[in-house]
Design a protein around this ligand. Structure first.
Ligand code: UDP
Length: 361
């Protein structure tokens, strides 16, 4: 059986690393398509090296445009690959333009689509990710849900339960596997002169925070103020750097421990040892929980409500700098309850199992 995986952005490299390994172990043949959505080497190449992902069979080189431009060009290019390769399944991951483009290209060619990380909802239709998720789920034949909440969301939208498989979160598999590797190989704490539990870690890249000068300013200023008391480590996403420059907010980077994006192993090491994490990233908020580090989610809502229910994460909408500063100060040391809402770390194997045994619909 031949499976084509379509990826393009940083979080998808983490997900495909897990699934790709499981597919190989199950004896499935995988064709890897990289759309090029993230083309910065710090967001792409380093992940292929560190996570031992096989080099892409196709690199489409599509990135840097608007949502419409990128998605359209990706559909066209992916369609060509699929016509050439004729896979039995197309696997898409998460919620980016690459996800949607892969799903549309495949479903129109009547090639079955499987969506890894199906059923997540923010119920915020202004988010490009929410549009990508909903449309991809409804184009998919097999929906791999990471949580019971995700299953319920899909059932509520009328998706046939037979097509939904609760497998757990592949990012948990990744955090366990590569977390151990990070302990052995990462030297980031020594390099930055950081001591465990004596720094905060922050990331920001969502459009709702970076495209709005008020919100981005509130976050950066609050982090800079906190940095006077405790180091704030801030790996800066290229999009965030670009927007900060355009809005005249770049000066705050000098008042923080601002870094270029770090590799996955260094990131896991920074997360494990942080006193607190502040983020608008879907992946990072979960990794905070996997490592039992309190986390402020710099948003109004989350697709991972279990994190808030268990008490490990707190929503801190970045409306102004005081809200951010107060929120982050209040939750330092706030531990949550135990729970395993995202499975046991074997989601990748479950995905491979269902693809093998489901047959082609
Ligand atoms: N990440 C990383 N280096 C960084 C920032 C994030 O390796 O400098 C990892 C992080 O550990 C997580 C993934 O990238 O596994 C999350 O990606 P991102 O925040 O870009 O996207 P999201 O999860 O919000 O879709």
């Amino acid at each position: 059986m031949k499976v084509a995986s379509v990826v393009g952005a940083r979080p998808q490299f983490v997900k495909v690393a897990v699934v790709s390994r499981a597919l190989r172990e199950a004896g499935l043949l995988e064709v890897l398509v990289h759309t090029g959505q993230h083309y910065d080497p710090g967001l792409s190449e380093v992940f292929f090296q560190e996570l031992d992902i096989p080099p892409p069979d196709y690199h489409l080189g599509i990135g840097g445009g608007t949502h419409g431009e990128n998605t359209g060009r990706m559909i066209e290019a992916i369609e060509r690959v699929l016509l050439e390769e004729r896979p039995d399944w197309v696997l898409v991951y998460g919620d980016t333009d690459s996800t949607l483009a892969g799903a549309i290209a495949a479903v129109k060619l009547h090639i079955p689509v499987a969506h890894v990380e199906a059923g997540l909802r923010s119920f915020n239709w202004r988010m490009p990710e929410e549009i990508n998720r909903v449309l991809t789920d409804h184009a998919s034949d097999l929906l791999f849900a990471p949580s019971e909440t995700a299953v319920k969301n899909l059932v509520r939208e009328g998706i046939d339960v037979e097509r939904i498989k609760l497998v757990g979160d592949v990012m948990y598999d990744a955090a366990l596997y590569y977390g151990a590797k990070a302990e052995r190989e990462s030297r980031i704490l020594e390099r930055l002169g950081l001591r465990p539990k004596e720094y905060l870690l922050a990331t920001v890249h969502r459009a709702e925070n970076t495209d709005d000068p008020e919100r981005l300013g509130a976050i950066l200023e609050a982090l800079a103020l906190l940095h006077r008391e405790i180091p704030v480590v801030f790996p800066v996403h290229p999009r965030t750097r670009k927007r900060a420059r355009a809005f005249g907010l770049e000066r705050f980077f000098k008042e923080l421990l601002a870094l270029d994006p770090v590799g996955y192993l260094d990131m896991l090491m920074l997360e494990k040892n942080a006193r607190l994490i502040a983020t608008d990233s879907g992946g990072v908020q979960k990794e905070a929980f996997f490592f039992r580090v309190p986390c402020a989610i710099l948003r109004e809502e989350t697709e991972w409500p279990e994190l808030v229910e268990l008490g490990w994460c707190t929503l801190v909408p970045p409306q102004d700098k005081e809200a951010v500063r107060y929120g982050l100060t209040a939750i330092q040391g706030a531990l949550g309850r135990e729970g395993t809402p995202y499975g046991e770390g074997r989601a990748g194997t479950a995905v491979a199992f269902y693809l093998l045994h489901q047959g082609v619909p």
